[in-house]
Design a protein around this ligand. Structure first.
Ligand SMILES: [Fe+2]
Length: 257
């Protein structure tokens, strides 16, 4: 599989995964941050939150307002963990194809918590590129670099929650505009999302999807019985180097076939 081709041509995404040990590591880092935030919001909850685990967050006797309590800053892993992600198998496989220029962005290791049956926990359909275009708190791109996104299932119930995508949508223009909300410039989708056929990716915990920056995607209302937890990261790479490497990989694969 030539990852570059899968993401840029075809459906615009491809699947990868973490090992059990890697998944446990990521779960551990998210749980630490989660419990520390619970400790700020409602200290008496920490023991029971630890015992039940993050996937059962929705069963806690909380007294704080969920919608206001988890701004992005509280869900961003410390950038020091980028090095740990970069040592994982999936990233080695990316680097073996994209070359040494491929790096994980330090600005985006953000995890999400989606409670069961809560439509307000889900954002609208979008392409990540729109947020970069809006300058929405994302880092800047080094000259000559491109990027793609990775979404990793940390606690999921395949078929009942997760990420939905519109296959091949990165090869089409989608109407959107930008609006200022509370001083932040955000993209707004101008097409009817109900008219767009999407696919809910059946990703069990530890599975991941790597996708094009312009692929339409979004969450779905969680119809499972536990919270959905996922984490995202952005991979940056030198465009020309990756193109050249993809071309020679393609040739090698054709020769083998
Ligand atoms: Fe996104």
């Amino acid at each position: 599989m030539v990852i570059f081709d899968e993401i840029n041509d075809g459906v615009g995404f491809c699947l990868e995964g973490l090992t059990e040990t890697e998944l446990e590591f990521v779960r551990g880092r998210i749980t630490e941050q989660y419990l520390s935030r619970i400790g700020q919001l409602q200290p008496d909850l920490v023991p029971i939150a630890r015992e039940r685990g993050i996937a059962r967050y929705h069963t806690l006797p909380t007294t704080f307002d969920h919608g206001k309590s988890w701004p992005k800053a509280t869900r961003l892993l410390d950038p020091k963990y980028v090095a740990d992600f970069a040592r994982m198998g999936f990233f080695r496989r990316i680097q073996s194809q994209f070359g040494p220029s491929a790096i994980i962005s330090h600005d985006e290791l953000n995890w999400r918590l989606v409670r069961p049956n809560q439509p307000s926990d889900i954002g609208p359909m979008h392409a990540d590129k729109w947020f970069w275009d809006a300058g929405y708190g994302y880092g800047s791109m080094p000259a000559g670099y491109d990027r793609f996104k990775i979404w990793i299932a940390i606690h999921t119930e395949p078929g009942a929650n997760g990420l939905c995508v519109k296959p091949a949508s990165h090869r089409q223009e989608w109407k959107h505009h930008f609006e200022d909300k509370d001083g932040v410039r955000k993209p707004v989708f101008d097409e009817n999302p109900d008219a767009i056929e999407t696919e809910l990716l059946p990703l069990a915990a530890g599975k991941m999807v790597m996708f094009h920056d312009e692929l339409l995607h979004g969450g779905v209302v969680n119809r499972g019985s536990t919270c959905r937890v996922s984490i995202e990261l952005t991979v940056l790479f030198d465009r020309n180097d990756a193109l050249a490497r993809a071309a020679s990989l393609r040739e090698e694969m054709t020769a083998v076939a």
